[in-house]
Design a protein around this ligand. Structure first.
Ligand SMILES: [Zn+2]
Length: 371
């Protein structure tokens, strides 16, 4: 089952040590003739996080790693051909992404404007997996499509990026044979749960609102630590449970990599999450998880997953800055941002620029959606 049959991929290239293991691409953002406004969430989340991190001088243009789009071959590591073919129907994509007007669009536009951004975020998660192992931590500013499994999408998740990142590591990186997923998005992560249902190499901890989507009883059998929350759960109870169970999970099984699905739809007022966690609570939560990982010297990969209120991007950026202040994620040497890290994209042309010449996909511009 080892690497002999692995395909060639552009996602595992060497990254100069001057680059921070933060992965992002302007292509992440989905904007299309105002279509993003039809989705009931702040569609500018990913670009805004980057904007705030730059404003706080934590990163500069050249100092982070630019995500590449996952190719069909990359996706086939987990997805079935049948599923990928189904995405060639606009109706299927409209259903998965919950953007009904998409079904009126020709599929080539759906591919370019919706699926390509999602494939690039998926590539970003896979890249961040390798970076996490190399550097001890990595953050994909997007990704976290935890409702998608090998043969089925849903809840805005079209590609199973978490499963892909883990399978890439198992197949390609020596010494990585056990993973723990800590899924703290407000929703149950039924996608990776279905994918790893019978895989003893993967330990899944999931903390979610028990009353909301997807309520996937079959997938729940894959959860080793299941923490079901009630409507309106607040900071004290939440943080206590996160700490208790993160520590418990990592004491129970020591993984080679932690995938942390850091959804922010637990935020008070989120129309889907139904929980009542404060911005400070989210920042504290991320700190608890990183501290548990770093204290044990286990590499951690964070993805941002769901949460699309107007203030979400600010909270994610504040949390990343806090992780830095706490010494839980490092810069180069003494935490200095690389001034001239022009090689962070790996020196290879990026997939994005070819067909995307419109101004709508600029990095800090408004972007899309919901997980
Ligand atoms: Zn969610």
């Amino acid at each position: 089952m080892m690497c002999n049959s692995s395909h060639g991929t552009q996602l595992y290239l060497e990254v100069p040590s001057s680059c921070l293991p933060i992965v992002y691409s302007p292509v992440y953002n989905i904007t299309f003739m105002g279509l993003e406004k039809l989705h009931p969430f702040d569609s500018g989340k990913w670009g805004k996080v980057i904007h705030f991190l730059k404003e706080e001088k934590m990163i500069s243009d050249g100092s982070i790693v630019e995500a590449r789009e996952a190719t069909e071959e990359d996706l086939l590591v987990v997805h079935t051909k049948r599923y990928l073919n189904r995405l060639k129907w606009s109706l299927v994509v409209a259903t998965i992404t919950e953007i009904p007007p998409l079904l009126c669009l020709p599929n080539f536009l759906v591919q370019r404007r919706v699926l390509r951004p999602l494939r690039t975020q998926t590539g970003g998660t896979i890249m961040a997996g390798k970076l996490a192992v190399d550097r001890g931590w990595a953050i994909n500013v997007g990704g976290g499509f935890h409702h998608c499994s090998s043969d089925k999408g849903g809840g805005f998740c079209a590609y199973a990026d978490i499963t892909l990142a883990i399978k890439f590591l198992f197949e390609r990186v020596e010494g990585i044979s056990r993973a723990t997923i800590i899924d703290l998005d407000a929703h149950q992560g039924n996608g990776h749960e279905r994918d790893f249902l019978d895989d003893r190499r993967v330990f899944i901890m999931d903390v979610y609102n028990r009353y909301i989507y997807p309520g996937d009883g079959y997938a729940k059998r894959a959860i080793k630590r299941k923490v079901e929350l009630d409507w309106g759960t607040e900071d004290d109870e939440y943080l206590q449970k996160v700490e208790l169970h993160s520590e418990g999970a990592l004491n129970e099984v020591r993984p080679d990599i932690i995938v942390y699905n850091a959804g922010t739809d637990i935020l008070d007022g989120d129309p889907l999450g139904g929980l009542a966690i404060s911005p400070q609570g989210i920042i504290k939560r991320d700190e608890i998880v990183f501290r548990a990982a770093r204290r044990r010297g286990i590499p951690i990969l964070m993805v941002t997953s769901g949460g699309y209120q107007k203030k979400t991007a600010r909270i994610i950026a504040d949390s990343i800055i806090n992780l830095r202040r706490q010494g839980l994620i490092g810069g180069n040497e003494d935490g200095e941002v690389a001034e001239e890290a022009e090689e962070c994209v790996g020196g290879v042309p990026l997939v994005m620029s070819s067909s995307d010449s419109s101004p709508s996909s600029v990095s800090t511009g408004p972007a899309p959606n919901t997980i």
